[in-house]
Design a protein around this ligand. Structure first.
Ligand SMILES: Cc1cc2nc3c(=O)[nH]c(=O)nc-3n(C[C@H](O)[C@H](O)[C@H](O)COP(=O)(O)OP(=O)(O)OC[C@H]3O[C@@H](n4cnc5c(N)ncnc54)[C@H](O)[C@@H]3O)c2cc1C
Length: 421
C-alpha cells in the first residue's frame, strides 16, 4: 500500500491525516495491528470507545502462534516479565484423575513460548509499545465509533459526540459488539448462546502441579473448570486464573465486567478436593468473580466492504475455548499489515486479507462449539460413564486422545510445524 511517496519512510514523513489508516478499537487486535502497521512504515491512528483503560477480565493463554507474531514485534521479553511460561496441558476427570497430559510451548518443541498471562498485563505491554513507538496520542480514548462512511478517496469514521476522523481505510477491531459489523450486517441479530454459563475468578495461592500447568477438569454437563497460573510473585505464590462452565437456560448480557456469585455455580465443584488441588478453597478465596455467557456468532461470509474491513472478535467472535480468540486477532493483524504493505491498492489488500483469514477462522468458530481441546475429557467421560477408572490405558489408547488435541492444533494453526513458520 503506497499512500504517498515511494517508501515506508516517505509514507510516515509525507503522511497527511487523510491518508492514515483508521483502527477502530484498541483491544488486543487493534493494538497489535497498530504495531504491525508501524513496523512496516504504514501510519495509523486508533480510536477507542473507553474513556480510560481499566484492568479488565482475568487470564488469557497466548499460544506459540500468537507469541510468534508478538515476538516479531519485539514484545516477547515484555510478556515474559509478566506472564507464566506454561509447561503442560493437563486434563482430568471430575474425580481429579489424570486423563491426558502433554507438554506445551517450548517444552513441546515450539520455537516460541506459551504464556499464561493476566489480560491487563497483555494489554499494558501492547499499549505501552504503541504509545512508545507511535506516539502518546496514537490512541484516542473516548471515541465510540457509530459508523464508517466511504467514497472513492477514503473513509470517514463517525463517533458519538466527538469530531469525525478521515483516513484512507478503516479497520474495525471493535470487539464482540462491533458497531461497524452491525453497520454492514444489520440483520444479524443477537449473539448465539450455547446454553452454557461461565464464572471466572483469580485466587492468589501457592503453585499446584508443575507451577506452570494449564489444566482442564471435568465436563460441561457435570461442571467443568479450566485452571492455570498467570502471575508469579516474589514470595513464591501465584495468581491462579480459574473458569467454570455449566449448562444454563438463560444468561446475562456478555460483558466482561459482570460480577458473579459463588452460590450460583459452586454446587458441582463442592467436593472437588483433589490431591493436587482443593478446588472449593480455590473458589472461596477468589479476589473477585465474574460471570460471562458462552456466546459466539455464526461465521459471516463477508468482512470487507471496499475500504473497510473487520478484524478479531468483530470478524469472528468465538467461544473462549482453546485459547484462540485473542490469538486469531493477532494473526489477523499480522496478515492485514503484510498484505497492506504488499498491495498498491488498499481495497485489494483488504479483500486479500479476507480471502486469507475468513475460512480458517470460521472453522475455528465452529470447532470451538463442538470439539475444543476439552473434548478429550468428554470422550473419556462417555467411555467411563463418568465413574473412576483404574488405568486410563484400559479406557482408551492415549494416542486417540493425543489425536483430538492434534486435530484442534491443526485447525487453529498452532501445530508445532505450522507455528514455526
Ligand atoms: C472468558 C474469556 C476467556 C478468553 N480466553 C482467551 C484465551 O485464553 N486466549 C485467547 O487467545 N483468547 C481468549 N479469549 C478471547 C479474547 O479475549 C478475544 O478474542 C480478544 O480479546 C479479541 O480481541 P479484539 O481486539 O478483537 O477485541 P477486544 O479485545 O474485545 O477489543 C475491542 C476493543 O474495541 C473497543 N470498542 C468496542 N466498541 C467500540 C466502538 N464502537 N468504537 C471504538 N472502540 C470500541 C473496546 O472497548 C475494546 O477496547 C477469551 C475471551 C473470554 C470472554
Amino acid at each position: 500500500m503506497r499512500l504517498t511517496g515511494t517508501g515506508a519512510g516517505d509514507n510516515i514523513r509525507g503522511m497527511s491525516r487523510e491518508s492514515e489508516i483508521l483502527v477502530i478499537g484498541a483491544g488486543i487486535g487493534g493494538l497489535t495491528l497498530a504495531l504491525a502497521l508501524h513496523a512496516r512504515g504504514l501510519p495509523c491512528r486508533l480510536f477507542e470507545a473507553a474513556p480510560e483503560f481499566q484492568p479488565l477480565g482475568v487470564g488469557i493463554n497466548m499460544l506459540p502462534h500468537a507469541i510468534r507474531e508478538l515476538s516479531a514485534l519485539g514484545l516477547q521479553s515484555g510478556l515474559g516479565a509478566y506472564g507464566v511460561e506454561a509447561r503442560e496441558f493437563a486434563y482430568f476427570n471430575r474425580h481429579g484423575q489424570a486423563v491426558f497430559a502433554e507438554p506445551c510451548g517450548r517444552f513441546a518443541g515450539y520455537e516460541h513460548p506459551h504464556f499464561s498471562i493476566h489480560r491487563a498485563d497483555l494489554h499494558k505491554v501492547l499499549l505501552d509499545a504503541v504509545r512508545e513507538r507511535l506516539g502518546p496520542d496514537a490512541v484516542r480514548l473516548g471515541h465510540c465509533c457509530v459508523g464508517v462512511e466511504q467514497d472513492a478517496e477514503g473513509v470517514t469514521a463517525r463517533f458519538d459526540g466527538v469530531e469525525p476522523a478521515a483516513g484512507s481505510i478503516a479497520i474495525a477491531a471493535d470487539g464482540f459488539h462491533s458497531a461497524v459489523r452491525r453497520q454492514f450486517h444489520p440483520s444479524e441479530g443477537a449473539p448465539h448462546f450455547g446454553g452454557i454459563n461461565m464464572w471466572r475468578g483469580v485466587t492468589r495461592r501457592k503453585p499446584f502441579l508443575t507451577g506452570a500447568s494449564v489444566t482442564r477438569v471435568g465436563t460441561v454437563a457435570r461442571g467443568k473448570m479450566v485452571i492455570y497460573p498467570i502471575r508469579q510473585f516474589a514470595d513464591g505464590t501465584q495468581l491462579i486464573n480459574w473458569n467454570t462452565e455449566q449448562p444454563r437456560a438463560d444468561h446475562k448480557p456478555n460483558d466482561w465486567a459482570t460480577p458473579g456469585r459463588i452460590e450460583d455455580f459452586i454446587e458441582p465443584f463442592a467436593d472437588w478436593r483433589f490431591d493436587w488441588l482443593d478446588v472449593p478453597a480455590l473458589i472461596a478465596d477468589a479476589e473477585f468473580i465474574l460471570e460471562y455467557p458462552m456466546v459466539d456468532r455464526q461465521p459471516i461470509g463477508r468482512w470487507t466492504f471496499g475500504r473497510v474491513t473487520l478484524l478479531g472478535d468483530a470478524a469472528h467472535p468465538m467461544y473462549p475455548r482453546g485459547g484462540n480468540g485473542g490469538a486469531q486477532a493477532i494473526l489477523d493483524a499480522e496478515a492485514l499489515a503484510r498484505l497492506l504493505d504488499g498491495f498498491d491498492d488498499p481495497k485489494a489488500a483488504l479483500q486479500a486479507y479476507e480471502d486469507e483469514r475468513l475460512a480458517p477462522t470460521s472453522e475455528i468458530v465452529l470447532t470451538n462449539r463442538d470439539q475444543p481441546p476439552d473434548y478429550i475429557i468428554e470422550t473419556v467421560e462417555a467411555l467411563t460413564g463418568g465413574e473412576r477408572f483404574e488405568r486410563i490405558d484400559d479406557v482408551i489408547d492415549p494416542a486417540e486422545l493425543a489425536a483430538i488435541s492434534d486435530r484442534y492444533k491443526d485447525i487453529a494453526g498452532y501445530s508445532v510445524g505450522t507455528a514455526k513458520r
